[in-house]
Ligand binder design. Sequence first.
Ligand code: SF4
Length: 215
Amino acid sequence: VIHRVLAIHYTYIQKHGDKMPLVALQDAFRDDWNSEMDKPIPIRFNKQDDGQTVDQGVSMLQVFHEQSDVPVVKGVEVPFAIPLADPETGIELDMLLVGAFDLVTGGDKVCLWDHKTSARKPTKDQLGDHQMTIYRHAAEMMGFGTPELRLQYLIKTKVPQHLVIDIQRSKQNIREALETIIMITKAVDAGAFFRIRGWQCHDCAHAYVCNGGSS
Ligand code: SF4
């Protein structure tokens, strides 16, 4: 929900050149939340009930509104679909790398943003995943030049925090990411499957496969 509301906020900035009023931003959050609650899909709450979750989202947006800047917005939720090529041979595979930039802003350079919500501040390791690497690669393939990369965190602490982190990615990072994607697709084609146990198993829809038939 927070992601969709930030998209509404930055679309407003793109149109009006200024922040959306805080009350309108928080109302957009409540409306989107209520429409999620009306769907026939059960929501599993973690330590908080419905009202507490809404209150937290509203106060996160207040902190965001107070602390975030007004960038020059070039695009919101900008999709990309680029050919996937083997970095070793340059040969294109019959496959596209598909995704969307949460936010594209202008300045001296194009800047690609990704919005995150998190229970705590990210560790250095969490900032090293392939997502922003693929962002850089996609931008270069789309003719944006080498972009700046930025993560914007809204952290769900008792007093919410807003954090903006600039990220660096190298050509070597791109090579490694592409090699990893290609290796994974080969493994999938070959029917290889390794359990990677972790927090993500808790809500995994495929857990019955790993757990011998029981979820
Ligand atoms: S339960 Fe899901 S997340 Fe966990 S190892 Fe199996 S497939 Fe992966």
